[in-house]
Design a protein around this ligand. Structure first.
Ligand SMILES: O=C([O-])CC(=O)C(=O)O
Ligand SMILES: [Mg+2]
Length: 392
Protein backbone atom coordinates (compact mmCIF):
# COMPACT_ATOMS: atom_id res chain seq x y z
CA UNK A 1 0.00 0.00 0.00
CA UNK A 2 0.99 3.61 -0.44
CA UNK A 3 0.24 6.99 1.06
CA UNK A 4 -1.28 8.95 -1.80
CA UNK A 5 -1.52 12.29 -0.09
CA UNK A 6 -1.28 13.97 3.32
CA UNK A 7 -3.44 17.01 3.84
CA UNK A 8 -3.41 19.40 6.75
CA UNK A 9 -5.49 22.43 7.58
CA UNK A 10 -5.97 24.93 10.37
CA UNK A 11 -9.38 24.56 11.99
CA UNK A 12 -10.92 27.07 14.39
CA UNK A 13 -11.92 25.80 17.81
CA UNK A 14 -12.54 29.22 19.28
CA UNK A 15 -15.05 29.84 22.04
CA UNK A 16 -15.69 32.59 24.59
CA UNK A 17 -14.50 30.47 27.55
CA UNK A 18 -11.42 31.18 29.66
CA UNK A 19 -9.48 29.22 32.25
CA UNK A 20 -7.11 30.71 34.84
CA UNK A 21 -4.40 31.23 32.24
CA UNK A 22 -5.80 31.71 28.73
CA UNK A 23 -9.00 32.47 26.89
CA UNK A 24 -9.98 30.43 23.86
CA UNK A 25 -11.11 33.33 21.67
CA UNK A 26 -8.47 32.63 19.01
CA UNK A 27 -7.86 28.91 19.57
CA UNK A 28 -7.13 26.76 16.53
CA UNK A 29 -6.06 23.16 15.92
CA UNK A 30 -4.35 21.35 13.07
CA UNK A 31 -6.41 18.69 11.35
CA UNK A 32 -4.85 16.03 9.14
CA UNK A 33 -5.92 13.46 6.57
CA UNK A 34 -3.72 10.67 5.31
CA UNK A 35 -5.17 9.39 2.04
CA UNK A 36 -4.09 5.89 0.98
CA UNK A 37 -4.46 3.80 -2.15
CA UNK A 38 -6.24 1.06 -0.19
CA UNK A 39 -9.88 0.81 -1.24
CA UNK A 40 -12.63 -0.32 1.16
CA UNK A 41 -16.27 -0.33 0.13
CA UNK A 42 -15.36 1.58 -3.00
CA UNK A 43 -13.62 4.44 -1.19
CA UNK A 44 -9.94 5.08 -0.40
CA UNK A 45 -9.04 4.50 3.23
CA UNK A 46 -8.39 7.86 4.88
CA UNK A 47 -7.03 8.33 8.38
CA UNK A 48 -7.92 11.48 10.29
CA UNK A 49 -5.99 13.20 13.02
CA UNK A 50 -5.96 16.36 15.08
CA UNK A 51 -4.38 17.54 18.29
CA UNK A 52 -6.04 18.60 21.51
CA UNK A 53 -7.20 22.09 22.35
CA UNK A 54 -4.97 24.41 24.31
CA UNK A 55 -2.14 24.52 21.77
CA UNK A 56 -2.57 26.33 18.49
CA UNK A 57 -2.43 24.80 15.00
CA UNK A 58 1.00 23.58 13.96
CA UNK A 59 0.99 24.15 10.24
CA UNK A 60 4.58 25.37 10.00
CA UNK A 61 6.15 22.32 11.60
CA UNK A 62 3.83 19.93 9.79
CA UNK A 63 4.34 21.46 6.36
CA UNK A 64 8.02 22.26 6.53
CA UNK A 65 9.31 19.19 8.35
CA UNK A 66 7.11 16.28 9.41
CA UNK A 67 4.89 15.78 6.36
CA UNK A 68 7.64 16.27 3.72
CA UNK A 69 9.79 13.68 5.48
CA UNK A 70 7.03 11.09 5.04
CA UNK A 71 6.33 12.02 1.44
CA UNK A 72 10.04 11.97 0.55
CA UNK A 73 10.64 8.59 2.22
CA UNK A 74 11.04 5.45 0.13
CA UNK A 75 7.41 4.24 0.52
CA UNK A 76 8.33 0.68 1.51
CA UNK A 77 10.33 1.93 4.51
CA UNK A 78 7.08 3.13 6.12
CA UNK A 79 5.38 -0.26 5.88
CA UNK A 80 5.15 -3.29 8.12
CA UNK A 81 7.07 -6.45 7.20
CA UNK A 82 4.11 -7.81 5.25
CA UNK A 83 4.03 -4.61 3.22
CA UNK A 84 0.25 -4.35 3.55
CA UNK A 85 -0.08 -1.54 6.08
CA UNK A 86 1.81 1.36 7.62
CA UNK A 87 4.02 0.59 10.60
CA UNK A 88 3.40 3.36 13.13
CA UNK A 89 6.83 3.04 14.71
CA UNK A 90 8.62 3.28 11.36
CA UNK A 91 6.46 6.20 10.29
CA UNK A 92 7.15 7.98 13.57
CA UNK A 93 10.90 7.42 13.31
CA UNK A 94 10.82 8.85 9.78
CA UNK A 95 8.88 12.03 10.52
CA UNK A 96 11.07 12.64 13.58
CA UNK A 97 14.30 12.02 11.69
CA UNK A 98 16.96 14.69 12.35
CA UNK A 99 15.10 16.19 15.30
CA UNK A 100 17.18 16.70 18.44
CA UNK A 101 15.92 15.33 21.78
CA UNK A 102 14.52 17.64 24.46
CA UNK A 103 12.83 21.01 24.07
CA UNK A 104 9.45 19.41 23.57
CA UNK A 105 7.05 22.16 22.56
CA UNK A 106 4.93 22.69 19.51
CA UNK A 107 6.77 19.92 17.64
CA UNK A 108 5.23 17.35 20.00
CA UNK A 109 1.78 18.76 19.22
CA UNK A 110 2.34 18.55 15.45
CA UNK A 111 3.55 14.98 15.84
CA UNK A 112 0.53 14.13 18.01
CA UNK A 113 -1.90 15.18 15.26
CA UNK A 114 -0.02 13.37 12.51
CA UNK A 115 0.42 10.19 14.56
CA UNK A 116 -3.33 10.09 15.29
CA UNK A 117 -4.07 9.96 11.56
CA UNK A 118 -1.46 7.20 11.12
CA UNK A 119 -3.16 4.99 13.73
CA UNK A 120 -6.61 5.69 12.29
CA UNK A 121 -5.32 4.51 8.88
CA UNK A 122 -3.65 1.42 10.33
CA UNK A 123 -6.72 0.30 12.23
CA UNK A 124 -9.00 0.96 9.27
CA UNK A 125 -6.79 -1.03 6.90
CA UNK A 126 -6.70 -3.84 9.43
CA UNK A 127 -10.48 -3.59 9.63
CA UNK A 128 -10.52 -3.27 13.42
CA UNK A 129 -11.37 -0.68 15.98
CA UNK A 130 -8.17 0.87 17.31
CA UNK A 131 -8.94 -0.23 20.87
CA UNK A 132 -9.06 -3.88 19.74
CA UNK A 133 -5.88 -3.57 17.69
CA UNK A 134 -4.06 -2.09 20.70
CA UNK A 135 -5.39 -4.79 22.96
CA UNK A 136 -4.20 -7.55 20.63
CA UNK A 137 -0.81 -6.07 19.82
CA UNK A 138 0.24 -4.65 23.15
CA UNK A 139 -2.02 -5.97 25.90
CA UNK A 140 -2.33 -9.75 25.46
CA UNK A 141 -5.87 -9.37 24.18
CA UNK A 142 -7.15 -7.76 27.36
CA UNK A 143 -9.33 -4.65 27.20
CA UNK A 144 -11.91 -2.73 29.19
CA UNK A 145 -15.48 -2.76 27.99
CA UNK A 146 -16.34 0.12 30.30
CA UNK A 147 -14.08 3.16 30.48
CA UNK A 148 -14.20 5.78 33.19
CA UNK A 149 -14.77 9.21 31.64
CA UNK A 150 -15.40 12.62 33.14
CA UNK A 151 -16.30 15.95 31.55
CA UNK A 152 -13.77 18.75 31.57
CA UNK A 153 -15.65 22.03 31.77
CA UNK A 154 -16.85 24.31 34.55
CA UNK A 155 -15.43 27.47 33.01
CA UNK A 156 -16.31 30.93 34.28
CA UNK A 157 -19.77 32.38 33.68
CA UNK A 158 -19.42 36.16 33.88
CA UNK A 159 -22.58 37.56 35.45
CA UNK A 160 -24.03 34.21 36.53
CA UNK A 161 -21.08 32.48 38.10
CA UNK A 162 -22.93 30.10 40.36
CA UNK A 163 -26.17 29.49 38.47
CA UNK A 164 -24.37 28.95 35.14
CA UNK A 165 -21.98 26.50 36.71
CA UNK A 166 -24.76 24.66 38.51
CA UNK A 167 -26.77 24.30 35.30
CA UNK A 168 -23.71 22.82 33.60
CA UNK A 169 -23.13 20.36 36.46
CA UNK A 170 -26.81 19.37 36.39
CA UNK A 171 -26.39 18.62 32.70
CA UNK A 172 -23.40 16.35 33.33
CA UNK A 173 -25.24 14.57 36.11
CA UNK A 174 -28.26 14.02 33.87
CA UNK A 175 -26.03 12.79 31.04
CA UNK A 176 -24.71 10.02 33.29
CA UNK A 177 -21.34 11.36 34.43
CA UNK A 178 -20.18 10.56 37.92
CA UNK A 179 -17.22 12.97 38.28
CA UNK A 180 -17.09 16.43 36.65
CA UNK A 181 -14.37 19.07 36.54
CA UNK A 182 -14.44 22.81 37.00
CA UNK A 183 -11.94 25.62 36.64
CA UNK A 184 -10.43 27.54 39.53
CA UNK A 185 -7.75 30.22 39.71
CA UNK A 186 -9.50 32.62 37.36
CA UNK A 187 -11.02 34.41 40.34
CA UNK A 188 -10.02 34.94 43.98
CA UNK A 189 -10.18 32.16 46.55
CA UNK A 190 -13.43 33.38 48.06
CA UNK A 191 -15.20 33.49 44.71
CA UNK A 192 -13.83 30.11 43.68
CA UNK A 193 -14.89 28.58 46.98
CA UNK A 194 -18.43 29.85 46.45
CA UNK A 195 -18.37 28.31 42.95
CA UNK A 196 -17.06 25.00 44.30
CA UNK A 197 -19.73 24.98 47.00
CA UNK A 198 -22.33 25.74 44.34
CA UNK A 199 -21.15 22.84 42.17
CA UNK A 200 -21.20 20.53 45.18
CA UNK A 201 -24.78 21.51 45.93
CA UNK A 202 -25.61 19.82 42.62
CA UNK A 203 -23.17 16.91 42.67
CA UNK A 204 -23.28 16.11 46.37
CA UNK A 205 -20.14 14.19 47.31
CA UNK A 206 -16.74 15.92 46.99
CA UNK A 207 -15.50 12.81 45.18
CA UNK A 208 -17.72 13.82 42.29
CA UNK A 209 -15.85 17.08 41.62
CA UNK A 210 -12.31 17.82 40.37
CA UNK A 211 -10.84 21.33 40.22
CA UNK A 212 -8.29 22.62 37.69
CA UNK A 213 -6.05 25.68 38.22
CA UNK A 214 -4.38 25.45 34.79
CA UNK A 215 -0.92 26.13 36.16
CA UNK A 216 -1.78 29.52 37.61
CA UNK A 217 -0.74 29.41 41.27
CA UNK A 218 2.49 30.29 43.04
CA UNK A 219 3.29 28.18 46.08
CA UNK A 220 1.53 30.38 48.63
CA UNK A 221 -1.67 30.49 46.61
CA UNK A 222 -1.44 26.75 45.91
CA UNK A 223 -1.24 26.06 49.63
CA UNK A 224 -4.01 28.52 50.54
CA UNK A 225 -6.37 26.78 48.11
CA UNK A 226 -5.17 23.40 49.37
CA UNK A 227 -6.07 24.31 52.96
CA UNK A 228 -9.47 25.59 51.86
CA UNK A 229 -10.47 22.59 49.75
CA UNK A 230 -8.94 19.80 51.80
CA UNK A 231 -12.06 19.29 53.97
CA UNK A 232 -14.18 18.95 50.81
CA UNK A 233 -12.43 15.70 49.82
CA UNK A 234 -12.46 16.55 46.10
CA UNK A 235 -11.69 14.02 43.38
CA UNK A 236 -8.49 15.86 42.45
CA UNK A 237 -6.65 19.21 42.52
CA UNK A 238 -5.22 19.72 39.02
CA UNK A 239 -2.26 21.54 37.46
CA UNK A 240 -1.81 23.75 40.45
CA UNK A 241 1.44 25.50 39.54
CA UNK A 242 3.59 25.88 36.46
CA UNK A 243 3.61 22.49 34.70
CA UNK A 244 7.39 22.31 34.93
CA UNK A 245 7.67 23.43 38.57
CA UNK A 246 8.27 20.03 40.12
CA UNK A 247 9.45 21.60 43.36
CA UNK A 248 6.10 23.32 43.82
CA UNK A 249 4.27 20.07 43.08
CA UNK A 250 6.46 18.21 45.59
CA UNK A 251 5.86 20.85 48.26
CA UNK A 252 2.12 20.69 47.65
CA UNK A 253 2.24 16.91 48.10
CA UNK A 254 3.70 17.49 51.58
CA UNK A 255 0.69 19.58 52.59
CA UNK A 256 -2.23 18.23 50.62
CA UNK A 257 -3.35 14.68 51.38
CA UNK A 258 -6.01 14.64 48.65
CA UNK A 259 -5.34 13.52 45.09
CA UNK A 260 -3.33 15.73 42.75
CA UNK A 261 -3.42 15.52 38.95
CA UNK A 262 -1.13 17.06 36.37
CA UNK A 263 0.80 16.42 33.16
CA UNK A 264 -1.34 17.78 30.30
CA UNK A 265 1.45 20.23 29.49
CA UNK A 266 4.26 17.71 29.72
CA UNK A 267 5.02 16.72 26.16
CA UNK A 268 7.50 13.90 26.48
CA UNK A 269 8.05 10.65 28.32
CA UNK A 270 11.18 12.14 29.88
CA UNK A 271 9.23 15.10 31.28
CA UNK A 272 6.70 12.72 32.84
CA UNK A 273 9.48 10.62 34.34
CA UNK A 274 10.93 13.80 35.84
CA UNK A 275 7.53 14.67 37.28
CA UNK A 276 7.41 11.25 38.93
CA UNK A 277 10.97 11.45 40.19
CA UNK A 278 10.96 15.04 41.43
CA UNK A 279 7.34 16.20 41.67
CA UNK A 280 6.27 14.33 44.78
CA UNK A 281 3.57 12.49 42.86
CA UNK A 282 2.08 9.59 44.81
CA UNK A 283 1.25 6.45 42.84
CA UNK A 284 -1.40 5.39 45.36
CA UNK A 285 -3.66 8.40 44.74
CA UNK A 286 -2.43 10.94 42.16
CA UNK A 287 -3.12 11.09 38.41
CA UNK A 288 -0.94 11.72 35.36
CA UNK A 289 -2.73 13.49 32.53
CA UNK A 290 -0.14 13.45 29.74
CA UNK A 291 -2.10 13.68 26.48
CA UNK A 292 -1.04 11.57 23.50
CA UNK A 293 -2.64 14.07 21.13
CA UNK A 294 -0.32 16.80 22.42
CA UNK A 295 2.77 14.74 23.19
CA UNK A 296 4.01 12.95 20.06
CA UNK A 297 1.01 10.67 19.69
CA UNK A 298 0.02 7.16 20.66
CA UNK A 299 3.30 5.75 19.34
CA UNK A 300 5.17 7.69 22.03
CA UNK A 301 2.44 7.04 24.61
CA UNK A 302 3.30 3.33 24.41
CA UNK A 303 6.78 4.28 25.60
CA UNK A 304 5.29 6.49 28.29
CA UNK A 305 3.22 3.64 29.72
CA UNK A 306 6.28 1.41 29.82
CA UNK A 307 8.49 4.08 31.39
CA UNK A 308 6.01 5.07 34.08
CA UNK A 309 5.33 1.44 34.97
CA UNK A 310 9.07 0.95 35.36
CA UNK A 311 8.98 3.78 37.91
CA UNK A 312 6.29 1.98 39.89
CA UNK A 313 3.26 3.74 38.45
CA UNK A 314 0.36 1.44 37.60
CA UNK A 315 -1.11 2.40 34.23
CA UNK A 316 -4.47 2.80 35.97
CA UNK A 317 -3.14 6.10 37.34
CA UNK A 318 -2.91 7.53 33.81
CA UNK A 319 -5.93 9.62 32.79
CA UNK A 320 -5.18 11.67 29.67
CA UNK A 321 -6.32 15.22 29.11
CA UNK A 322 -7.98 16.18 25.87
CA UNK A 323 -11.41 14.62 25.53
CA UNK A 324 -10.77 12.78 22.27
CA UNK A 325 -11.53 9.30 21.00
CA UNK A 326 -7.84 8.46 20.65
CA UNK A 327 -7.40 8.57 24.43
CA UNK A 328 -10.66 6.66 24.86
CA UNK A 329 -9.38 3.92 22.54
CA UNK A 330 -6.10 3.79 24.46
CA UNK A 331 -7.99 3.62 27.75
CA UNK A 332 -10.05 0.65 26.51
CA UNK A 333 -7.35 -1.29 24.67
CA UNK A 334 -4.43 -0.68 27.01
CA UNK A 335 -6.45 -0.50 30.24
CA UNK A 336 -5.29 2.80 31.61
CA UNK A 337 -7.38 4.68 34.19
CA UNK A 338 -9.82 6.41 31.87
CA UNK A 339 -9.95 9.72 30.07
CA UNK A 340 -11.39 13.21 29.99
CA UNK A 341 -14.34 14.11 27.78
CA UNK A 342 -15.67 17.44 26.49
CA UNK A 343 -19.38 16.95 25.91
CA UNK A 344 -20.06 20.67 26.32
CA UNK A 345 -16.92 22.44 25.09
CA UNK A 346 -14.44 22.35 22.20
CA UNK A 347 -17.08 21.21 19.72
CA UNK A 348 -17.28 19.51 17.32
CA UNK A 349 -14.08 17.71 18.39
CA UNK A 350 -14.99 17.18 22.06
CA UNK A 351 -16.92 14.19 23.35
CA UNK A 352 -17.27 10.64 22.13
CA UNK A 353 -19.51 8.58 19.84
CA UNK A 354 -22.92 10.19 19.52
CA UNK A 355 -24.66 6.81 19.70
CA UNK A 356 -23.09 5.47 22.92
CA UNK A 357 -24.38 6.72 26.27
CA UNK A 358 -22.54 7.46 29.51
CA UNK A 359 -23.81 5.31 32.36
CA UNK A 360 -22.67 5.77 35.93
CA UNK A 361 -19.55 7.64 34.76
CA UNK A 362 -18.48 4.96 32.27
CA UNK A 363 -18.78 4.61 28.52
CA UNK A 364 -17.81 2.11 25.84
CA UNK A 365 -16.50 2.20 22.30
CA UNK A 366 -17.99 1.36 18.93
CA UNK A 367 -16.83 -1.74 17.11
CA UNK A 368 -16.16 -0.10 13.74
CA UNK A 369 -12.69 0.18 12.18
CA UNK A 370 -10.35 2.99 13.21
CA UNK A 371 -10.55 5.46 16.05
CA UNK A 372 -14.33 5.76 15.72
CA UNK A 373 -14.61 9.25 14.24
CA UNK A 374 -17.36 8.08 11.91
CA UNK A 375 -19.52 7.91 15.04
CA UNK A 376 -19.17 11.68 15.41
CA UNK A 377 -20.70 12.81 12.11
CA UNK A 378 -20.51 16.53 12.89
CA UNK A 379 -16.82 16.26 13.68
CA UNK A 380 -16.13 14.18 10.60
CA UNK A 381 -18.00 16.66 8.42
CA UNK A 382 -15.94 19.51 9.89
CA UNK A 383 -12.69 17.61 9.31
CA UNK A 384 -13.62 16.91 5.69
CA UNK A 385 -14.68 20.47 5.09
CA UNK A 386 -11.46 21.95 6.46
CA UNK A 387 -9.40 19.40 4.56
CA UNK A 388 -11.44 19.92 1.39
CA UNK A 389 -12.13 16.22 1.08
CA UNK A 390 -15.20 15.01 -0.71
CA UNK A 391 -14.72 11.26 -0.43
CA UNK A 392 -15.29 8.87 2.47
O1 LIG B 1 -7.00 24.31 28.90
C1 LIG B 1 -8.11 23.98 29.39
O2 LIG B 1 -8.88 24.79 29.88
C2 LIG B 1 -8.45 22.52 29.37
C3 LIG B 1 -7.88 21.79 30.53
O3 LIG B 1 -7.03 22.23 31.24
C4 LIG B 1 -8.41 20.45 30.83
O4 LIG B 1 -9.30 19.99 30.13
O5 LIG B 1 -7.93 19.86 31.80
MG1 LIG C 1 -6.42 20.82 32.81
Amino acid sequence: MRIVEIRDAVAPIASPIRNAFIDFSKMTISVIAIVTDVIREGEPVIGYGFHSNGRYAQQGILRSRLIPRLLEAEPDTLLNDAGDNLDAHRVWARFMHNEKPGGHGDRAVAAGALDMAVWDVIAKIEGKPLWRLLSERYNDGRYDEQIMVYPGGGYYYPGKEISGLQDEMRGYDAAGYQVAKMKIGGADLETDLARITGALEVLGDGQRLAVDANGKFDLDTALAYARAIEPLNLFWYEEVGDPLDYALQAELAEHYPGAMATGENLFSTQDVCNLIRFGGMRADRDWIQADPALAYGLTEYLNLIEATEALGWPRRRLMPHGGHQLALSIAAGLQIGGTESYPAVFQPYGGFADDIPIVGGYTSLPDSPGIGMEHKPKMLAALREHLELEVG
